[in-house]
Design a protein around this ligand. Structure first.
Ligand SMILES: Nc1nc2c(c(=O)[nH]1)N=C([C@H](O)[C@@H](O)CO)CN2
Length: 117
């Protein structure tokens, strides 16, 4: 299946399990692969026939701003559910990285796949 890509999307959100993390925004960096057949959009050169990566990115930024979770796992799961519901995405791979959470690591995080390709 073809994929629409969103790479290194930076969002700021309240995320973390420790008390001090509940009062600040921290950056998460997201990579997404969204399965869709791009041929109808390419045939007609029509944005409405594909997944609009600009609209999806904007929705993700808004989701991060309006929600607050402890675990990156919860952020990933809830975001994936919202995206699949609102944008009719059959399958997605979502990587959520939390840079700076572990000083000795470039980033830590999770990668999930949901749906059927
Ligand atoms: N698997 C996870 N481990 C940890 C998480 C997490 O979300 N998933 N979170 C933390 C803390 O919030 C940490 O990021 C603070 O630096 C620790 N481990």
């Amino acid at each position: 299946m073809d994929r629409v890509l969103i790479e290194s999307l930076a969002v700021d959100t309240v995320i973390g399990v420790y008390e001090w993390e509940r009062h600040i925004q921290q950056r998460l960096v997201l990579d997404l692969e969204l399965a869709t057949d791009i041929r109808p959009a390419a045939r007609d050169d029509d944005l409405t026939l594909t997944l609009d990566y600009a609209a999806i990115s904007e929705r993700i930024v808004d989701f991060a701003d309006k929600h607050s979770f402890g675990l990156v796992e919860t952020f990933a799961e809830r975001l994936a559910a919202m995206l699949r519901e609102e944008f009719a995405i059959a399958w997605l791979r979502l990587t959520v990285r939390k840079p700076g959470a572990v000083p000795a690591a470039a980033a830590v995080g999770v990668c999930i796949e949901r749906g059927e390709c």
